[in-house]
Design a protein around this ligand. Structure first.
Ligand code: NDP
Length: 450
């Protein structure tokens, strides 16, 4: 059945390689469920679950500071709403295309299901590069983007969140435009500012959740993060808060990166250095290479795409937290990580490891958590933001953080229980995929053929 379906998808959507990869890997891990339910073939379960309920594609014209008109392309992929309104991130990056967003939306469906909160899955974005643009340009782009997107989203239908290239600045501009255009102040986006409907801990949630998940994994082996050396990639929202929480739990982070290169600080990135990185990245929007101008004990290595490995992953450490981009760890990196003593990989980014790298992790005896489980804290706190908006309340940071910790603990336990019950003890990838899949499929079957 899997071969037939994969072939159909390849023929129907040629060129969507990221989407094909996501579907193929996913179907391989949920095969035990398909084997237990031969009726899913007749019911077209996989055909239905791999076809978005709706895809919207639109033009985004905007004017740059020199008075030239620019045109970008926007997308909103509404993948599955069987267990709640569509929910997923927005991504502004030149690499954005339909395949990437379908791949992320597909993954998001099961990630959201795993949280057990009432959220369907979707994903949106545009092939727009916010880097190097002035604030005014970003505002004009966001307003034009929202002038179309506002026709398709709503607090009961589709509630986008921030994501790569879409931080609080972009959410602010988009929310302002939505409010004006629709004449309503509604919880239609999450990741909002604290003064206008945002939730405490939303900014920190993905990164903190990743580290809570890692701590749960280590606890199974009676270990903690205390004193452990950690490699972290990226230097954006997820990476910054992963580092913050690792420091709090006594670990030592020695790397950070951006798309130009990475820094290695053998003395560790402490709270002051992290504050410097936050200012560098969130306010000055500068390059991570500037870190070594301030901290001479660190070194900087420029990204070199001609290498068949990433030297960032070739340092001695016990834990690794990829928090930058898709496919940033290949097979060689996976081998280097293991050879250098890494015993825990916890993904902050979405699908940062290639299928070969994941295979390498699963075949070794290390702890490996896929982003689908480990980075679900962001979307979970987004759901808490939606709940607070509905109730016209705002919970304290302590309350949200406590709920986040509880959710991550539950997700961790669900992954372990489900993996165990399908004969794959300790396989978090299988546990996460199957748990999410079963919940979504059951809801779809309950609701009939729609
Ligand atoms: P940001 O835009 O805040 O930061 C992304 C960081 O990754 C930047 O430092 C960027 O560098 C760097 N980066 C991008 N591409 C590469 C690359 N090829 N090599 C090295 N560094 C790179 O995004 P987030 O931190 O929010 O998101 C990071 C990842 O986490 C994404 O995969 C996202 O989908 C995922 N995620 C995010 C969630 C959230 O709540 N924010 C929730 C769940 C998943 P540069 O500045 O040069 O572009």
């Amino acid at each position: 059945m899997i071969d037939k379906i994969t072939r159909n998808i390849l023929e129907r959507d040629p060129g969507e390689k990221e989407f094909h990869q996501a579907v193929k890997e996913f179907l391989e891990t949920v095969k035990p469920v398909l084997d237990r339910h031969p009726e899913y073939d007749r019911l077209g379960v996989i055909e239905r679950i791999t076809e978005p309920e709706r895809v919207i594609m639109f033009r985004i014209p905007w004017m740059d500071d020199e008075g030239y008109v620019r045109v970008n392309r926007g997308y909103q992929v509404e993948m599955n709403s069987a267990i709640g309104p569509y929910k997923g991130g927005l991504r502004f990056h030149p690499s954005v295309n339909l395949s990437i967003l379908k791949c992320l939306a597909f993954d998001q469906v099961f990630k959201n299901a795993l949280t057990t909160l009432p959220m369907g899955g979707g994903q949106g974005g545009a092939d727009f590069e916010p880097k190097g643009k002035s604030d005014d340009e970003v505002m004009r782009f966001c307003q034009s983007y929202m002038s179309e997107l506002s026709h398709h989203i709503g607090q009961d239908t589709d509630i986008p969140d921030g994501g790569l290239g879409v931080g609080s600045r972009e959410i602010g501009y988009m929310f302002g435009k939505y409010r004006k255009q629709r004449k309503e102040f509604a919880g239609v986006l999450t990741g909002k500012g604290l003064q206008w409907g945002g939730s405490q801990v939303r900014i920190q949630a993905t990164g903190y959740g990743v580290v809570y998940f890692a701590a749960e994994m280590l606890a199974v082996r009676n270990e903690t993060l205390e004193g452990k050396t950690c490699l972290v990639s990226g230097s954006g929202n997820v990476a910054q808060h992963v580092v913050e929480k690792i420091i709090e739990l006594g670990g030592k982070v020695v790397t950070l990166s951006d798309s130009s290169g990475f820094i290695y600080d053998p003395e560790g990135i402490d709270r002051d250095k992290l504050l410097f990185v936050k200012r560098l990245k969130n306010i000055r929007r500068a390059r991570i290479s500037e870190y070594i101008e301030k901290y001479s004990e660190a070194s900087y290595t420029e990204a070199n795409l001609s290498l068949d490995y990433n030297p960032l992953w070739n340092h001695c450490a016990e834990c690794a937290f990829p928090c930058a981009a898709e496919n940033e760890i290949n097979e060689n990196d996976a081998a280097n990580l293991i050879a250098n003593g890494v015993r825990l990989i916890c993904e902050g980014a979405d699908m940062p490891a290639t299928s070969e790298a994941v295979k390498t992790f699963l075949e070794s005896n290390i702890l490996y958590a896929p982003g689908k489980a480990a980075n679900a804290g962001g979307v979970a706190v987004s759901a808490l933001e939606m709940a607070q908006n509905r109730m016209l309340l705002s919970w304290s940071a302590e309350e949200v953080d406590l709920r986040l910790r509880r959710i991550m603990k539950n997700i961790h336990q669900t992954c372990l229980n489900v993996a165990d019950s399908y004969g794959e003890p300790g396989n978090y990838a299988v546990g996460a995929n199957i748990a999410g899949f079963v919940r979504v499929v059951n809801a779809m079957l309950d609701q009939g053929l729609v």
